[in-house]
Design a protein around this ligand. Structure first.
Ligand code: FE2
Ligand code: FE2
Length: 368
């Protein structure tokens, strides 16, 4: 599911007596919600249940069969390498790495909740779709659990029950769920595989053993993305026509811009892995854009230098907004100081949205 932001928050000790011992993990307060933090989604379950899969049912059944094989059933098993690994990180690396774990865990868990609820609510009326969602929920639960165990190595743990009950849920129509989750799965695939391949070349930068698990892990995300690709093809109106082209542009831009601004703002994490956040994001965005052309009717012109210049302006505006937030000024004054940067962000996003897109058939002729 779609990725993260870095908002430092305080932790609180749970009242649970089981956590009284000095070694017990501290339950961490979830990061404050911002436009950059992972969202939790809900949708129109009746519309999902009534969805006709016939136009692409053969492919969807084949994907479900793949899910049943559960290739990663035995993959997420912690080994001796984790013992003492957390103690080797210096305090700054530890801070940015824990933020990464928290945000990744939240976004994996957000996927779990959505898929689980979908599988439960449409089980009677749309068994094939329900089964696919159940398999994906299984995978996301594993991913979130594995990340949460890594947080425990740092003496922290996310209270997933608290998150479930207290996070705000964004309601999206099914087709918007398809665009958002498709992109988050595919971008998740490219993010994980890019880190994995980089660390394969630079083992000295592998700051924690969790990265050894990324290769098989990202194949789960790739399969999840392929499922949404097939689902959109079963509902061809979601990826055909003028309105669909506008929405696809909008979602591509929203996902890419959010990731870029967020990753540059926490470039220290990427530096700890020996990566440059901008170079890494450019690669991930270019690859996700290219992949998206297999199903979206248009993709973004990410080779246009203006695209990156405008993203950089968003980065600068965002920095100014954070600085204003961090100042000691009273709230109304802060809002007044932030106003021009909000407006500038709105203008930059509008300019980005209006940039000429690329027709996908020019991009991925072989697979369309
Ligand atoms: Fe996942
Ligand atoms: Fe996934």
């Amino acid at each position: 599911m779609v990725p993260p932001a870095a908002t430092a928050t305080e932790s609180h000790q749970s009242a649970s007596p089981a956590l009284g011992s000095p070694d017990a993990p501290v339950i961490k307060d979830p990061a404050k919600d911002t436009i950059l933090t992972p969202r939790f989604y809900t949708t129109d379950f009746d519309a999902m249940a009534a969805m006709d899969l016939q136009p692409n049912v053969v492919e969807l059944e084949a994907i479900c069969e793949e899910f049943r094989k559960d290739y990663n059933r035995h993959h997420f098993v912690r080994n001796a390498e984790f013992e003492g690994a957390a103690d080797k990180l210096d305090p700054e690396t530890r801070r940015v790495f824990v933020e990464f774990l928290e945000q990744s865990c939240t976004s994996e868990f957000s996927g779990f909740l959505l898929y689980k609820e979908l599988s439960r609510r449409i089980k009677q009326k749309n068994p094939l779709l329900a089964e696919c969602f159940a398999h994906m929920a299984r995978d996301e639960a594993r991913h979130a659990g594995f990340l949460n165990k890594a947080m425990a190595d740092f003496g922290l743990q996310l209270d997933l029950g608290f998150l479930t009950a207290n996070k705000a849920y964004t309601h999206f129509k099914p087709k918007f769920i398809f665009y958002a989750t498709y992109l988050s799965e595919k971008i998740g695939y490219w993010r994980y595989i890019a880190i994995y391949r980089h660390l394969e070349q630079h083992p000295e930068s592998k700051i924690f053993p969790i990265f050894n698990f990324f290769e098989n892990w990202c194949q789960d995300e790739n399969r999840h993305g392929d499922f949404f690709d097939a689902l959109m093809k079963a509902q061809p109106d979601t990826v055909r026509g003028f309105t669909a082209r506008l929405w696809c542009r909008f979602f591509l831009l929203a996902v890419f811009a959010t990731m870029y601004v967020r990753d540059v703002a926490r470039k220290e994490f990427y530096e700890a892995l020996g990566l440059d956040a901008r170079t890494y994001d450019k690669y991930v965005i270019a690859k996700t854009n290219e992949t998206s052309a297999r199903v979206f009717p248009v993709v973004l012109d990410v080779e246009n230098p203006k695209f990156w210049q405008r993203l950089e302006r968003l980065v600068n505006n965002n920095q100014a907004l954070s600085d204003a937030d961090a100042s000691a000024a009273p709230a109304p004054l802060k809002a007044l100081r932030k106003l021009p940067f909000w407006a500038a962000n709105g203008l930059e996003m509008a300019k980005l949205f209006l940039m000429a897109p690329i027709r996908s058939e020019r991009y991925q002729p072989a697979v369309r």
